[in-house]
Design a protein around this ligand. Sequence first.
Ligand code: KG4
Ligand code: ZN
Length: 332
Amino acid sequence: MASVKILAIESSCDETSASVCVDGRILSNIIASQAVHEQYGGVVPELASRAHMQHIVPVVDAAMQEAGIAMQDLSALAFTQAPGLIGSLLVGAQFAKSMALSLDIPLIAVHHMQAHVLANLIAQPAPAFPFLCLTVSGGHTQIVLARSPLELEVLGETIDDAAGEAFDKTAKLLGLPYPGGPLVDRYAKEGDPKKYSFAEPQVPGLSFSFSGLKTSVLYFLQKQEPGFAAANRNDLCASVQYAIVSVLMKKLKKAVQETGIKRVCLAGGVSANSGLRQALEASGAKLGWETHIPAFEYCTDNAGMIAITAYHKYQAGQFAGLDTGPSARASW
Ligand code: KG4
Ligand code: ZN
């Protein structure tokens, strides 16, 4: 059988990325990040769309070149359909559709959250099915049950802030620049995680809530003298990280108990967090779980995860019409 060569494009937020995948193997994964948002303390949608337009051609060229594949050899074009910023999604979708039309090859629309989970299939040995995946990013927090590559069920998700948002918003309260998550991780390494205790919100089932934690940090800081946050930065970061990681781990343990599935994966940008990684490894060793965490470049937003998902959709014959538009929200 001829090999399946897919070019995938990811442009849902503030990373422009292109990846080439041949028979399920990722040959390139080029990611252009947008520094323009740093000065605003968050992603500015209009600036993101414009930056995607500037980056998309060079990023696609670099991905094709690194993979050593010619355009005429491609079997399909894939793009992130949802969820995301609509103007950002549009750039990737229109680009993929135009290329698919001009090359007369099929188009594959990919759900970004499904792709985060399937990033776990990139490294070998990949987890066997079924597995549980804790997807933790700046926009989402979900526990997903994966029965097969294309049979994914969300068992629980956040009812307010995402885990990454909880890191970034509390980091802002501590006077750290955006995105604060990686900085909290760095300073936490030097701090005492038990120094301060912040409210861990109680929500039923496998749902998550982080807005109370952020408020608890805010009220705590309001009661302190000026300069307290800077002077106690490391202990505050360690305590905040401890609280977020405990919420995540408690729900993950509950999901393992309820499903009886002991194969557990992480996904999304927050899986770069060293406290979370250590907690997963420790629980894995103690409770007999088999654990998987994708390489860092496949945890944050990237087209490699879109490509691997598209490969499974290609095999299942799940193609999209040229009239398929991006969608800010869509079901799996
Ligand atoms: O998956 P991602 O790259 O983008 C979204 O789809 O949202 O996740 C970005 C989020 C940000 O909130 C960022 O602060 C957080 O992941 N993050 C971290 C770490 N690295 C990235 N949070 C805590 N510790 C880290 N080491
Ligand atoms: Zn993402």
